[in-house]
Structures are given as structure tokens and as C-alpha cells.
Design a protein around this ligand. Structure first.
Ligand SMILES: [Zn+2]
Length: 104
């Protein structure tokens, strides 16, 4: 689980998922109210991780002969599973850590 770099508190799973769903990597710490940035521990791992659900859906569709609703339900189930695992790969930082230099 991600730990706030400012106050050292462990963030609840719910907070991380909420921000992942919002598609933002900037989040306010629920303990010290300082802005933190969610960064993947390993960018390569996250890349692989985001392809697994799509790969599983295609493979299972071929093997299980699913109809439209079946594929839809399968996609939702996989999304929930991966969303549940996602916070374990996140790390918090005081800085945004962009690959480019910040203009200040
Ligand atoms: Zn904090």
C-alpha cells in the first residue's frame, strides 16, 4: 500500500482506488492534507499489468464461447479484480516526478 511521503501514514485502499477511478495521479492525503502524487512503483510492471485484462478477455472469449453479455460481465469482473490489486503497485511522492523538467 502507498505510504504518504510527508507524514508516513499508510493510505487506505479506498482512497487509492477512488483516485485511480478519477484518472488523476494527484491526491490529497487524508491524514496531513498535503498533496501527494501517485506513481507506479515500476512503470514497466504497470504497462504489462494493463494489458493482462484485455488479453484474458480475448482468450476467455475464444475458449468459453461467450455472448455479448458474458463478455461484458467478464470485463467488469476483471476490472474489479485489477482495480483491487492496483493500489499495491502504487507509491506516493511529494513531487509529480514527470520525465520532463519542471518550469519554475
Ligand atoms: Zn500525509
Amino acid at each position: 500500500m502507498p505510504i504518504c511521503e510527508n507524514c508516513g501514514q499508510k493510505w487506505p485502499w479506498k482512497t487509492v482506488v477512488k483516485n485511480t477511478v478519477k484518472l488523476t495521479n494527484k491526491a490529497k492525503c487524508p491524514y496531513c492534507e498535503k498533496n501527494q502524487y501517485l506513481i507506479p512503483k515500476s512503470r514497466r510492471l504497470t504497462g504489462i499489468f494493463s494489458y493482462i485484462p484485455a488479453f484474458l478477455i480475448i482468450t476467455l472469449t475464444l475458449f468459453l464461447d461467450l455472448n455479448g453479455i458474458g463478455i461484458f460481465l467478464l470485463a467488469i469482473a476483471l476490472m474489479i479484480v485489477f482495480l483491487g490489486l492496483y493500489p499495491f503497485m502504487m507509491k506516493l511522492s511529494n513531487d509529480e516526478q514527470l520525465p520532463t523538467y519542471k518550469l519554475e
